[in-house]
Write a protein that binds this ligand. Structure first.
Ligand SMILES: Cc1cc2nc3c(=O)[nH]c(=O)nc-3n(C[C@H](O)[C@H](O)[C@H](O)COP(=O)(O)OP(=O)(O)OC[C@H]3O[C@@H](n4cnc5c(N)ncnc54)[C@H](O)[C@@H]3O)c2cc1C
Length: 409
């Protein structure tokens, strides 16, 4: 069955977060026409001097993808922190691990960047592409699939038609729901509180994470020597308490939870809190539809990998689609999209389970587990080969990567 209603484009993308916007840029530069739908309105008058409370650890693989779409230099010219070392330790014991990029002859293990800075840079790059047409603010409300096309109805009454729709509309994806794809989800009963703080002592380009009984507290080094983004995963009630604390008390709580490692907390910015869950969509694709980024999966932020996995989804799907087009194949056909699902779903699940294992290992109060993790950390810290393997994983350079994540054209 066919349908000819609505404006026609090659691909419809729902969601212009980091993953959707990067995917649009990868396709747009290959000459593929795109309708990009974003629920939020543009904010041209936003004060860019105020730090975004959300900072992201960005892997070397993601750097390569962002370089491929020519936005890395735009980001790097701004507030970007590098971490050369990583220090992880346990509140309840002596165990600790120290990773150093010098051990694998790399200048850095990764970057710390404000989420908004990456997103704004991507949006600026997209606004210069003739292949991209924005629909903003708009939300999908209707999805009709036919053999040779898909029709998406927006809440403003417009209708769009293409051979493929890609959902990049985040963990509560409306497109995933319209397509009837279920989500296997587990509530961690934790919330992550984020903010940007200034500390008495400089961070020295070291990413630090202290595992507390209720979850990890990370201090992520930003561009300025005494500025860190913090991610504090804890019980939802505790996160709510921290959100409502006056600044003085919040600083004291934070200093104490971090055992004064970076001295006093001098100042802090806006606080925000996010409920945490692990989730994986039952399917990453159907005929004429694919899910990427958080619409397909959500992971615990303790390893700072969510957006990095999403960028790998985007780069993989773009590579498969561009190759299909070059061969004259229908890039929205299930047989083509299934290759994407086979490539990414298992890999994302593997990473998800590693983070889950780490989470439970570090949060368990049982004496044998506590002993095991402290001893395990000490052993790991003394085995260079093991540490090198972990560093390569954390840099996103392991596994079956799409060409753009390997720095190939
Ligand atoms: C506390 C915390 C810390 C984190 N730290 C890291 C880290 O250090 N490193 C890392 O890699 N990851 C990290 N993550 C994970 C990361 O934030 C997410 O994986 C990432 O934001 C997902 O990007 P996305 O583009 O897929 O989805 P989103 O960022 O959720 O973007 C979705 C976009 O779609 C739009 N949208 C939503 N609904 C609709 C709709 N119905 N119609 C149209 N548009 C819609 C939204 O407005 C948004 O622009 C962290 C997460 C949390 C909670």
């Amino acid at each position: 069955m066919t349908n000819n209603a609505g404006t026609s484009v090659d691909v419809i993308i729902a969601g212009a977060g980091i993953v959707g916007a990067a995917f649009a840029a990868l396709l747009g530069r290959a000459g593929i026409s795109i309708a990009l739908i974003e629920a939020t309105a543009a904010e041209p008058d936003k004060d860019k001097s105020v730090a975004d409370p959300r900072v992201l650890a960005i892997t070397r693989a993601s750097e390569k993808i962002l370089r491929k779409i020519n936005i890395w230099d735009r980001i790097a010219g701004n507030r970007i922190g590098c971490f050369r070392e990583m220090h992880v330790w346990d509140e309840n014991g002596h165990g600790q691990i120290h990773f150093d990029s010098a051990a694998i002859c790399e200048s850095t293990l990764g970057y710390i960047i404000e989420s908004r800075l990456i997103q704004d840079s991507l949006h600026a790059a997209l606004s210069n592409m003739d292949t991209i047409k924005w629909y903003r603010p708009a939300r999908p409300v209707l999805l009709e699939k036919y053999d040779d096309s898909v029709v998406l109805g927006l809440d403003d009454g417009r209708r769009l038609r293409s051979r493929l729709i890609v959902a990049a509309d985040g963990s509560n994806s409306a497109v995933r729901e319209l397509a009837g794809i279920t989500l296997d989800s587990h509530d961690y009963r934790q919330s992550a509180l984020v903010s940007v703080v200034t500390t008495e002592k400089p961070h020295g380009d070291i990413a630090r994470q202290r595992f507390l009984s209720y979850g990890p507290l990370a201090f992520l080094p930003m561009a300025e020597p005494s500025r860190c983004g913090i991610v504090w995963s804890t019980r939802p009630e505790h996160a709510a308490e921290l959100m409502n604390m006056d600044m003085g008390r919040f600083h004291l709580e934070l200093e104490s939870a971090f055992a004064g490692t970076l001295g006093r907390i001098i100042s802090s910015g806006t606080r925000a809190s996010f409920p945490l869950r692990r989730a994986q969509a039952e399917h990453y694709c159907q005929h004429r539809l694919a899910l990427i980024g958080d619409s397909a999966h959500s992971v615990h932020p303790l390893a700072g990998q969510g957006v990095n996995l999403g960028l790998l989804d985007a780069a993989t799907l773009a590579e498969i689609m561009i190759e299909a087009r070059l061969k004259g194949r229908d890039a929205g056909a299930y047989s083509v999209l299934r290759r994407y699902e086979r490539w990414r779903k298992g890999e994302n699940y593997r990473m998800m389970m590693i983070f889950e294992g780490l989470k439970y290992l570090f949060e368990s109060e049982a004496c044998p587990v506590r002993w095991l993790r402290n001893t395990g950390m000490d052993i790991m810290d003394s085995v260079p080969v093991l540490k090198e393997w972990i560093m390569v994983q954390a840099m996103g350079l392991a596994g079956d990567l799409p060409a753009s994540a390997r720095g190939l054209s």
